[in-house]
Ligand binder design. Structure first.
Ligand SMILES: [Zn+2]
Length: 233
């Protein structure tokens, strides 16, 4: 990933991907910056705390909402003096289940997967296992796979033994992720580091910081939802 794609769309700082605290918008989503005069396409990473604080969070959320809860929206744009029309691939969370003051919850109608979309912008995707964790009164855990990312600068030999807080402090992300230590119950593991290219391999599993009202709704919902019957699709 280029430096631009690993920088936060809002604050410009490096984004270490942390499930529930960060995300990315890949170019194939064809998301547009409706809050900018040129409506350019948005591509890159973001800290959720920066999105929550941003003046354009509602416009950002509105664009993301259209993509997440739809599929195949046609968008037109101008490039080199010509008008083009493209079909925007949506995430297909089409069935609305809950609207609250902090978030909305949607369900995919083709897989057992749910979207929790905060009113302030950030979002969380849940699978059936995570739904079960919530139903049993446990936090929904996410991540745990090995990730590879190019760090913005070489942290030196201490990296191998650094804790997650030390890593975040070193990357100057401790303020951006304030509260993560208390809420995330993070399990961070250092795997490898390739100094010439500053490639860090790590795994990180966290508890998703879901809004309280989402947890309450999903706890009850778990007992009445019907899994997707693939034979009937
Ligand atoms: Zn940021």
């Amino acid at each position: 990933m280029s430096r631009e794609l690993t920088s936060c769309l809002f604050c410009g700082q490096f984004v270490l991907q942390i499930p529930g605290w960060t995300s990315s918008i890949p170019s194939y989503r064809l998301m547009r910056a409706a809050w900018e005069p040129q409506h350019r396409f948005v591509e890159g990473s973001l800290h959720f705390s920066c999105l929550r604080r941003s003046d354009v969070r509602h416009e950002f959320r509105s664009e993301f909402h259209s993509i997440a809860t739809g599929h195949g929206r046609e968008i037109t744009f101008e490039s080199a003096g010509q008008e083009h029309t493209l079909e925007q691939p949506g995430l297909g969370y089409t069935k609305s289940l809950f609207t609250g003051t902090q978030c909305e919850i949607y369900r995919s109608e083709v897989t057992d997967s749910w979207l929790v979309l905060e009113q302030a912008g950030p979002w969380f995707l849940l699978d059936a296992n995570q739904l079960k964790e919530i139903g049993e009164g446990r936090p929904a855990r996410s991540g745990g796979d090995v990730e590879r990312i190019a760090l913005p600068k070489d942290p030196g030999p201490e990296l191998a033994s650094a804790s997650l807080s030390e890593l975040l402090e070193y990357l100057r992300l401790d303020a951006v992720h304030k509260g993560l230590e208390d809420e995330a119950e993070a399990e961070y593991e250092f795997w490898d580091y390739y100094a010439p290219k500053r490639i860090l391999e790590y795994s990180l599993e966290t508890s998703l910081p879901l809004p309280r009202e989402a947890v309450e709704f999903l706890k009850d919902y778990l007992h009445r939802y019907e899994p997707i019957n693939f034979d009937e699709l």
